[in-house]
Design a protein around this ligand. Sequence first.
Ligand code: ADP
Ligand code: MG
Length: 456
Amino acid sequence: MTNEQLWQAALGEIELNISRANFITWFRDTYILKNKEGLATIGVPNGFSKEWLENKYNKLILRALRNVSGEIKELKFLINPAPSHQTIDRPLKAATKKEMGAPLTQPFQELEIDRETNLNPKYTFANFIVGSFNELAQAAARAVVGNPGEAYNPLFIYGGVGLGKTHLIQAVGNEIIEKYKKKKKVKYISSERFTSEVVGSLRAGKMDDFKESYRQIDVLIIDDIQFLAGKEKTQEEFFHTFNFLYQKNKQVILSSDRPPKAIATLEERLRSRFEGGMIADISQPDLETRLAILKCKVAEKKLVISDEVLNYIATHVQKNIRELEGALNRIIASNQLSAVEPDLNRVAKILNDVVNAPKKLTNYKNIIQAVAEFYDVHTSDLINRCRKKEVVYPRQIAMYLIREELKKSFPFIGEKLGGRDHTTVMYACEKLTKEVEKNNTLQQELILIKERVYSK
Ligand code: ADP
Ligand code: MG
């Protein structure tokens, strides 16, 4: 039985045990990542669902899974955007048919992923809200639609999690398909998937087929390219594919959580290729834009929610657009359960969980490890008296995060990180506190690192 079949069977049972709204809210975009030696790892779309599934549904999920496969003893949840090839379409679609109660908030558009292009039709320019935070990226993307392969090649979009990179690069693909009436072959792929294709083709001795199939493409879109870091063989294959397409004036579109120069262990020749095209960033949306996005989502769902409530959400959920949507969906879901227009008190109560979701305590070692991984330095260099230039900044970040997240004393932090004096730690924390206020990139780096810490 494949993981997918296993998960579908389990979902079928879970669905019978909880409300429709909860089922949709919490189990959409989940899947089994791994199932080995009694440990099933469930991929979830964000930290919030992870927390929720862990705390509220752990038992139920385990029971459902064990009913299908007795060997499973334990569950683990891992934040991982749903790969397009592993969506859970059947049980959810079946469920919509035997619908009871209020109509579903959203048809499962995201599940109608095109098998050939891997594109999800829900990502369009029409539902992509533009503000100063993503204006440049959006304009560049539009220019690429107008002149694929010629306007900006490659187009490199970067920004923190949940800010719209995937949405935007897929919108380009969808629009090109529509505009050129399928005359252009578009392919969207995550870099993890790309990597596993390379590895699989190598293993099966089918590298030529792999190369050939990529050379047919007119528009190649690769998401989260930072994951190619450190994967030499994949980078090599990507480099050849890239050059081939580039020389034929085929369009390449890439996304990443940081700019090319910040991707450690990215081969120089790739970096300079990326920098040779158009690089545009997406930063965080301001209040006004957050409100506009909420209004757009509500309209899409053909629902009515008062401005007061939307304002409240937009003011309180600031981190990224994915969370903003998540908060809105929670309000809608809870509203469906009670069928009363939500008032501000209830909204506040529901969002309290989202905004002030109790932080799980972590160990300072997890923070050090996450920082080391993120900046691609050795943990031992952070912990020891290493004076290499490249560890100075990561070490300061680790100091700052341990202070912020765990409120440890300055001497404690100094002792754990290179045997530094407490004044050094104080200085680092003060410096970064000021820097965070004005530095968007730093804010995003911190978000990414914290995600790593809390997803461990
Ligand atoms: P990323 O790939 O940067 O992590 P996504 O593209 O997955 O982020 O976006 C997260 C969610 O927010 C998606 O549901 C997406 O549709 C929505 N979203 C992001 N940016 C916008 C935008 N500018 N307008 C409307 N929705 C957006
Ligand atoms: Mg993405």
